[in-house]
Design a protein around this ligand. Structure first.
Ligand SMILES: Nc1nc2c(c(=O)[nH]1)N[C@H]1C(S)=C(S)[C@@H](COP(=O)(O)OP(=O)(O)OC[C@H]3O[C@@H](n4cnc5c(N)ncnc54)[C@H](O)[C@@H]3O)O[C@H]1N2
Ligand code: MOO
Length: 548
């Protein structure tokens, strides 16, 4: 892209006008209404409270997408654009009942294969049990209506909770501290000792007994990790002994006089205080931080660097922690290059390098990243063979000629729990139950849309599978107005500056420039939000997985 700002603006203008024309033209195109069906919708049956008040329409994603994609840097005009796009949506579009491949039932677009036998161990509410792995090609999987962003997250959480409930008997390993880093504690960390475990000097100076001046014990001192030398381990009233920070103070000590607050006279035998010394001053009493058996850290808290330190200080060599859930990534697209400069209509795969780092930070063990060609059989084979707790695909979630994710899920008998989310970018994202205890998140190919899918569906699911505390979303005020989508939630890359959220440019679905410079994603409600409004923010998992 031309780096001249005027040229960029002009390009956006042109693209935008074109998109608007497309969107407007689209209002005249009637959408097919799917045949009604009485069959229950598994994801709707999942929870009554998750059901949208009324079914959302199936969007014409192409028209909307075209407009959105080109406007990442030109937010000022999006209000008008959204209005026009909104008009384009008012056509005859309801399609709440679709097959997993996105086609209405009975349109004969693809032969989904024979109906799989009914599983007798799973109910319609079951969000965890997909078909048996490598099950025979099966019937269509039926989708839910497009979900709100909040509903989608709740469904992902619930799906994971049900999986956990079914596998609760799985033993939780006792892991050496160094192996527990990044995992969630499976039981509370309770102190195995008092901390400090002895009365400790907080300063370098002298341990003194009673009021001064004091008599210095000849040749005696107490260093950290050592006993009092040259005395019987106790200080009598009126006595003092040099002491180091961290040393155990001798019995009888009433305070520690800092080295800069004392003066030694009479050829090293007398100690005078240069300022008053309070009773107990600069002594850390035994048990000041905790007593043996006190709860130090709750179950579900991630073992971060400070938790590791605290566990060690409190006497632990090993802790019980939830093993990392596993994930396997399938990056789809014939256009993707693994290295080098993009050329000849080919582009670099941006998701293969990005997702493992984030999954690692989300507490996941990534089993592999595989780039697959846009071939249905190849995808079906790969998905059926995966043993990961969470399978992630990138690309192929839309309705193009090589968008195979939904058809393949249908073929494998997977059940769509979330089939499109009212969020921008990323609305073709999906969540499916693919096998007992296994889920699949289909991330759209557009890179920022993939990030949105990762944080909307995969992050809550993985948090539960990893036994982690569910982190409440933080709220911060907006530094300026955030443009929103008229009807959908918008996830907007933001930087936090002086405690306020500053929206970033280059936030189009195909762009990573905004998110790469972002601290978080702001959850912008439909219609946008004015400066000063407190917005929910999604923390971006920090790559590296150190949680420090
Ligand atoms: N007829 C329709 N077209 C589109 C729809 C639709 O519903 N109907 N949805 C649009 C929306 S919204 C999005 S988002 C994308 C989703 O597309 P897919 O998930 O099918 O992804 P692809 O078509 O494979 O790729 C989209 C875009 O992203 C680029 N891409 C894909 N993978 C990568 C990667 N690993 N690294 C970098 N870039 C990647 C790809 O080249 C495309 O440009 O579909 C819209 N169209
Ligand atoms: O435009 Mo799409 O919304 O990137 O998912």
């Amino acid at each position: 892209m031309d780096s001249d700002p005027d040229a960029v603006e002009a390009a956006y203008d042109a693209a935008f006008d074109q998109a608007l024309a497309l969107a407007r033209a689209h209002t005249t195109t009637p959408h097919p209404r799917p045949a009604p069906t009485d069959a229950p919708d598994p994801a709707s049956a999942l929870a009554e409270e998750d059901a949208p008040e009324k079914p959302r329409e199936a969007y014409d994603w192409a028209a909307v997408y075209d407009a959105e994609d080109e406007t990442g840097g030109a937010e000022a005009r999006t209000g008008d654009a959204w209005t026009a796009i909104e008009e384009a949506w008012t056509g005859d579009v309801p399609a709440t009942e679709t097959r997993a491949d996105g086609t209405p039932p009975g349109d004969g677009r693809r032969d989904a294969g024979p109906v799989p036998p009914h599983r007798d161990n799973a109910s319609a509410e079951d969000t965890t049990h997909g078909p048996d792995r490598r099950a025979a090609p099966s019937s269509r999987s039926r989708s839910a209506a497009v979900r709100t962003w909040e509903e989608a997250r709740r469904i992902a959480l619930r799906a994971a909770r049900e999986t956990v409930a079914r596998t609760a008997a799985r033993p939780v390993p006792l892991l050496p501290l160094e192996e527990a880093r990044g995992l969630a504690l499976a039981e509370p960390l309770t102190a195995l000792t008092d901390l400090p475990s002895f009365d400790t000097s907080a300063m370098d100076g002298w341990a003194v007994a009673g009021p001064g001046p004091w008599r210095l014990l000849p040749g005696a001192k107490v260093l950290a990790g050592h006993q009092l030398t040259g005395a019987d381990g106790r200080l009598d009233d009126g006595a003092a002994v040099p002491v180091a920070t961290g040393a155990r103070v001798p019995g009888g000590t009433t305070g520690v006089l800092r080295s800069e607050h004392g003066e030694v006279t009479a050829e090293g035998t007398r100690l005078h205080a240069l300022r008053p010394l309070a009773q107990g001053e600069d002594i850390r009493p035994r048990g000041q931080e905790c007593r043996t058996g006190d709860a130090l850290v709750d179950e579900g808290v991630v073992v971060t660097a400070p938790v590791l330190g605290l566990a060690a200080a409190a006497g632990y060599d090993a802790v019980r922690a939830h093993p990392r859930p596993t994930a396997e990534i399938f990056v789809l697209g014939d256009e993707l290059l693994g290295k080098g400069i993009p050329t000849d209509g080919l582009i670099r795969d941006a998701l293969g390098p990005m997702l493992p780092a984030w999954l690692d930070a989300l507490g996941t063990r990534v089993l592999g990243v595989h780039r697959l060609r846009d071939e249905e059989d190849c995808l079906a084979e790969a998905l059926a063979a995966s043993e990961a707790d969470l399978v992630l695909t990138t690309g192929g979630t839309a309705a193009g000629p090589v968008d195979h994710v939904r058809p393949v899920l249908s073929r494998l008998g997977a059940r769509l729990l979330v089939d499109g989310v009212a969020v921008r970018p990323g609305h073709p994202m999906l969540l499916a139950a693919t096998a007992p205890g296994q889920h699949l998140v289909g991330l759209p190919g557009n890179p920022l849309a993939a990030v949105a899918g990762l944080l909307t569906l995969a992050a809550p699911l993985l948090a539960v599978l990893a036994g982690r505390d569910e982190l409440p979303l933080a709220r911060l005020p907006l530094a300026e107005r955030a443009e929103g989508h008229p009807r959908d939630t918008r996830l907007l890359p933001v930087r936090v500056h002086e405690g306020r959220l500053c929206p970033l440019r280059y936030n189009g679905p195909a762009m990573l420039r905004g998110i790469a410079n972002a601290d978080s994603l702001a959850v912008v409600p439909p219609g946008g939000a004015e400066a000063g409004t407190a917005m929910e923010v999604l923390d971006l998992p920090r790559a590296g997985g150190c949680f420090t």
